[in-house]
Design a protein. Structure first.
Length: 234
């Protein structure tokens, strides 16, 4: 019986498979948006464009501006027969200063979506709050006959992003703090406007009464819809 001959020292282990070093698994970088986040941001910016661009075009054309009040503005007497006014009322403004202030506010809300890492639920919440804010005025302000402007929908957008930054599980602590600050500032503003005293309030800054009920309903509906949609996604 022949005994196995050991391999020479120089060739020992030559037939074995070399052990490969496994590369460390890369963790996702939360600061870099994935495809879903980029799509949500694109939708948020599209929503902002749908709000701001028609308002700019109507406000910049005297003929369209004259027609808009009769065909697009919120009017209680015809609102249910002409439901498009639930959306188009946001595009109508009472003077150039009113338009300029809301356009600036709209740009800030658009930027807030980028800074606050908007998701699709937030986009849906804002899009639903747009007509619902104007519909709620029929209940809160039955004597109100006319309303126009972006401010109610913009308050909804701010509330949506404040809740998004506060309630998002993946949000870093810094964004949560910013969201808390925005929410606190929004609550303070609405509290000072006191919409429970009446749907409108006079202001020294404007030549017309401010419909503060639209601000309150926009913020409330934006926050509530964001919370509800966030729970449905879990």
């Amino acid at each position: 019986m022949s005994l196995p001959v050991p391999a020479p020292a120089g060739r020992r282990g030559a037939g074995t498979v070399p052990r490969l070093r496994s590369r460390p698994e890369r963790l996702p970088d939360p600061s870099r948006p994935d495809g879903s986040a980029r799509a949500a941001l694109a939708l948020w910016l599209l929503m902002s464009t749908l709000l701001l661009l028609p308002a700019l075009l109507i406000g910049g054309s005297p003929r369209l501006d004259r027609l808009s009040d009769a065909t697009l503005a919120w009017q209680a007497s015809v609102l249910l027969d002409e439901p498009w006014r639930l959306w188009s009322a946001a595009w109508v403004h009472l003077d150039s200063e009113h338009l300029s202030a809301n356009l600036l506010g709209g740009l800030l809300v658009a930027a807030l979506g980028w800074a606050g890492r908007v998701n699709r639920g937030a986009v849906v919440a804002w899009s639903l709050a747009w007509p619902l804010t104007h519909l709620a005025l029929l209940v809160h302000a039955p004597l109100l006959q006319h309303y126009a402007g972006l401010s109610g929908v913009l308050h909804a957008g701010v509330a949506v992003m404040a809740v998004r930054m506060l309630a998002g599980r993946e949000m870093p602590r810094a964004l949560r703090r910013i969201g808390a600050g925005i929410a606190l500032g929004l609550l303070l503003k609405i509290g000072l406007e006191s919409p429970w005293r009446g749907p409108m309030a006079n202001s020294s800054e404007w030549d017309f009464p401010v419909v503060v009920a639209a601000h309150a309903w926009g913020a409330g509906l934006g926050a509530l819809l964001t919370l509800l949609l966030g729970r449905l996604r879990r």
